[in-house]
Ligand binder design. Structure first.
Ligand code: BG6
Length: 491
């Protein structure tokens, strides 16, 4: 069933905020450029500012200019700007929601609310909409992380939203699900027999997921210090990647079937607690260093920092899955801020052949790998062995690569995750959004890790210099199993 793009009223709560300016507005402009927005769709910024419509349009243009990776085209802008409206609102006062309803009732458009505000403001919005029946079907609501900082706080948000909205109306964003390479994981796995039939512990040795960032915490010290890299990146993005790699083939691509398979995987993750925390995890925090020739401060010297913080800016975790398909295949996850490069990849490492004709003549034959690069330049590579051309005394093998590019070549045509996800929400398709059970299962697995760190006197925070690949000990997690991280390769 293909759903087409519908005429919508997209209300962005938090019109002035970072998310709206950096991500949502440039993404909407791009959708305009690709002619993906229905001609009657309106985009309504909502916030406390006392802007006129004209002032809002001016701010939107500045945001798009600042955060779009190409020049604004005036024809596209003129068309786009006609959709823009501003609505002044205090989300704690019912009166404003009554006024909002009047404004929205003027069209038959599907209403979509985007809560681009801190979670502390979520409930007031849910309640305000509920009180005046703006929550009724077919309206939809989009929320973004952080969805709590633990299972308990996550449940609280879910309980609050579900008082007013059905699960089928709720679109929880994990922007990694909108990335080209993550979509490719589905098509690679479920449309190619050579991957499909070789996707288990008989053939796969282990999996590596690396998400390395150059950025620090970008003036979000208070937010980040409460979260740490585990809650900020692993609980959502890295676990989503893991579930898509490990899930069974769903019956079809309907959201509920995809989500059910992902939930099953989250339930098979082996618990990490104070008994195994030291062999399964390493966490670190950056000290000052150099990135791209620029000096950067230590985490505890960032703006607004508390110099005694024990929050991790780097984490490496060995994850075991307890099911027949994946038993014995570790998934090594690592992610950190202020590392040497922005570089993210998934590496599926295949087992060595039990008997290999060529080992006698070639020492250290490398293992086959499927590498899916998320950043920079989304691509897929297959590493394999072949003959080194020429006259040799005997077989001489070399490692070679088949490579395929997965994103459009030019920046202007590249699709950003938010473009895809906004479009999907306008179509009303939930496959690329996360459901309640998924987020809660993820927290169930993360919570014991964080409490084990608090209890363990041995598992101390390792310092690493900004601009390196993280604490030296992070290699220990993979090397203790006789394995090593895939070599960083920008090609
Ligand atoms: C966000 C995190 O969800 O993802 C940020 O809050 C992080 O801390 C960002 O920097 C990374 O996203 P991307 O798409 O740049 O890999």
């Amino acid at each position: 069933m293909i759903k087409i793009n519908q005429a919508c009223d997209l209300i962005i709560f938090g019109a002035k905020g970072d998310l709206a300016r950096r991500k949502l507005l440039p993404a909407l402009y791009k959708l305009e450029k690709f002619n993906k927005i229905h001609s009657n769709t309106r985009i309504i910024g909502a916030g406390r500012a006392n802007w006129t419509k004209e002032e809002y349009i001016k701010t939107v243009k500045t945001a798009i200019k600042n955060f779009l990776n190409e020049d604004i085209n005036e024809d596209i802008w003129n068309k786009f700007s006609l959709r823009l409206h501003f609505f002044n609102i205090d989300v704690h006062k019912e009166l404003y929601f009554i006024k909002l309803k009047k404004m929205l009732n003027k069209t038959k458009n599907v209403i979509i609310y985007y809560c681009a505000v801190p979670p502390s403001a979520f409930n007031a919005i849910f309640q305000g909409l509920g009180k005046v029946n703006l929550n009724l079907l077919p309206s939809r609501i989009i929320i973004e992380k952080p969805m709590g900082i633990c299972l308990k706080t996550c449940k609280k948000i879910n309980d609050q939203i579900s008082k007013y909205f059905l699960e089928s109306q709720i679109f929880r964003i994990d922007h990694y699900l909108g990335k080209e390479s993550i979509l490719n994981l589905f098509s690679l796995r479920f449309s190619n027999s050579f991957f499909f039939n070789n996707w288990n512990n008989k053939v796969i040795d282990h999996v590596q997921i690396t998400v390395s960032e150059e950025v620090g915490i970008e003036n979000r010290w208070n937010y980040f210090d409460e979260m740490g890299q585990t809650r900020d990146m692993v609980q959502n993005h890295l676990l989503q990647i893991l579930t898509i790699i490990a899930m069974n083939q769903p019956r079809d691509i309907l959201p509920e079937n995809i989500r059910n398979e992902k939930i099953k995987i989250l339930r098979t993750l082996k618990t990490i607690n104070s008994e195994n925390i030291n062999t399964k995890t390493v966490r670190g925090q950056y000290t000052s260093g150099n990135i791209n020739g620029k000096k950067v401060p230590a985490y505890i010297e960032e703006n607004g920092a508390n110099s005694t913080s024990q929050t991790e800016t780097f984490v490496c975790i060995k994850v075991d899955l307890e099911n027949d398909q994946w038993f014995g295949v570790p998934f090594y996850l690592r992610t950190g801020k202020r590392l040497a490069h922005k570089y993210s990849e998934i590496v599926i490492v295949f087992k060595k052949m039990p008997i290999n004709l060529f080992t006698k003549y070639n020492y250290n034959l490398s293992q086959n790998k499927l590498i899916i690069r998320l950043d920079p330049n989304e691509n897929i590579k297959i590493n394999f062995l072949k003959n080194l051309p020429g006259l040799h005394e005997t077989y001489k093998l070399e490692n070679d690569i088949i490579q395929s590019h997965c994103s459009k070549k030019t920046n202007e045509n590249k699709i950003d995750a938010y473009e895809r996800l906004l479009l999907e929400s306008m179509k009303g398709v939930q496959s690329l959004f996360v459901c309640r059970e998924e987020v809660e299962e993820a927290w169930k697995w993360i919570d014991p890790i964080i409490s084990a760190w608090k209890q363990s006197s041995k598992n101390t925070l390792q310092l690493y210099t900004a601009g390196t690949w993280g604490p030296k000990n992070s290699d220990k997690i993979i090397m203790q199993d006789g394995r090593h991280w895939n070599k960083f390769d920008l090609k």
